[in-house]
Design a protein around this ligand. Structure first.
Ligand code: ADP
Length: 344
């Protein structure tokens, strides 16, 4: 479900309007301080040596700025960037053709790199390791083995699923950075910056309200901001105050933690149908009508971060704070667990 207002996944409206909001330089890229600092050092060192930057793997939930960071790396390295995605590179020949087109120093960005097929992925190994290419074209007697050199380039891979990457691919990246959800301060800076670009009049209360409900995800913040702008224009005097923002987001059923109706349904299903869990992801997918991949990539990470959900080997379980947030009676076992703690 990509059309969900608080999903970090890209939808059509985002792709249309993200262009102008996307930071172009590292100085405009808010937050992720550790990643930025490491990148600054690595990029300066590579430039001094006159070499391309080591291959970089970026991972984290959708909408946190992986694609943005890849384009920033390209502009900071004064390099060209070619952008593709795992599912788009179907055959080994497609990968070979991409690699033979890269020029020295270019950045090749592969989004959703965990979705590359095995045979396609294997073409990447020698290319990443020593900039060579070898693959077999055709079949049977007509089979021809092809060996080529590729220009020294930097592969920037992005994934929402680090664990789905094969070990040989993982090992070939010089650096691996995990992008985290942004904290309230960083989110406020992002909302302020985007509101400025959109020419929206907004006060601190409005900024803080949108930041709080954006699930620590810049793409969600930008999307909520557009909805608040519409609401402010039509129902208020065009100014996004805290009151106006809060009303607009209330109307969209995004609660004060950024949870929407589907999060509520997911949590309530575990509480009511499965007695708080453990419940397997496939069962949850079936009973909520969502795809298990979407549950794992988009919904769960944020609910886990909030401390509402635990992933255990036997399935997902709810925490006490989830019951409190839902306003459902807290099961006796939580109360017992707590009183026995006090008894000790
Ligand atoms: P991902 O590739 O991780 O799904 P994107 O790089 O496409 O995410 O980011 C989504 C949008 O969020 C971008 O268009 C950009 O406007 C905004 N964004 C992401 N990271 C930042 C950041 N650190 N500072 C400001 N805006 C950001």
């Amino acid at each position: 479900m990509n059309d969900r207002i608080v999903s970090g996944n890209l939808n059509d409206e985002d792709s249309y309007s993200e262009g102008g909001l996307r930071p172009r330089r590292l100085t405009d890229y808010v937050g992720q301080d550790k990643v930025k600092e490491n990148l600054i050092i690595a990029m300066a060192a590579a430039k001094q040596r006159g070499e391309p930057l080591d291959h970089v793997l970026l991972y984290g939930p959708p909408g946190l700025g992986k694609t943005t960071l890849a384009s920033i790396i390209a502009s900071e390295m004064e390099a060209n960037i070619r952008i593709t995605a795992g599912p788009a590179v179907e055959r080994p020949g497609d990968m070979a053709s991409l690699l033979t087109q890269v020029k020295a120093g270019d950045i090749l960005f592969i989004d959703e790199i965990h979705r590359l097929g095995k045979v396609v992925e294997e073409i990447l190994y020698p290319a990443m390791e020593d900039f060579s290419l070898s693959w077999v074209m055709g079949k049977g007697l007509q089979a021809q083995s092809i060996n080529l050199k590729v220009e020294p380039f930097t592969l920037v891979g992005a994934t929402t699923r680090y664990s789905m990457l094969s070990a040989p691919l993982r090992d070939r990246f010089g650096t691996v950075y995990r992008l985290d959800y942004y904290d309230q301060n960083a989110m406020e800076s992002i909302v302020k910056r985007s509101a400025g670009i959109m020419n929206l009049e907004i006060d601190h209360g409005g900024i803080a309200e949108i930041a709080r409900r954006s699930r620590g995800t810049p793409r969600v913040a930008n999307r909520l901001l557009r909805r608040v702008r519409d609401f402010a224009q039509v129902r208020a005097d065009g100014r996004a105050t805290q009151q106006v923002s809060s009303e607009a987001l209330g109307l969209l059923e995004v609660d004060h933690l950024g949870l929407d109706e589907i999060d509520h349904r997911l949590l309530a299903t575990i509480a009511e149908k499965y007695d708080g869990g453990p419940v397997g992801i496939e069962t949850l997918a079936a009973s909520t009508g969502e795809e298990s991949d979407t549950l794992m990539d988009v919904y769960e990470p944020y609910l886990i971060q909030l401390g509402f959900l635990n992933r255990t080997p036997r399935g997902r379980t709810l925490t006490r704070s989830a019951y409190e947030h839902l306003g459902i009676t807290i099961p006796a076992r939580f109360i017992k667990a707590q009183s026995s703690m006090w008894d000790k």
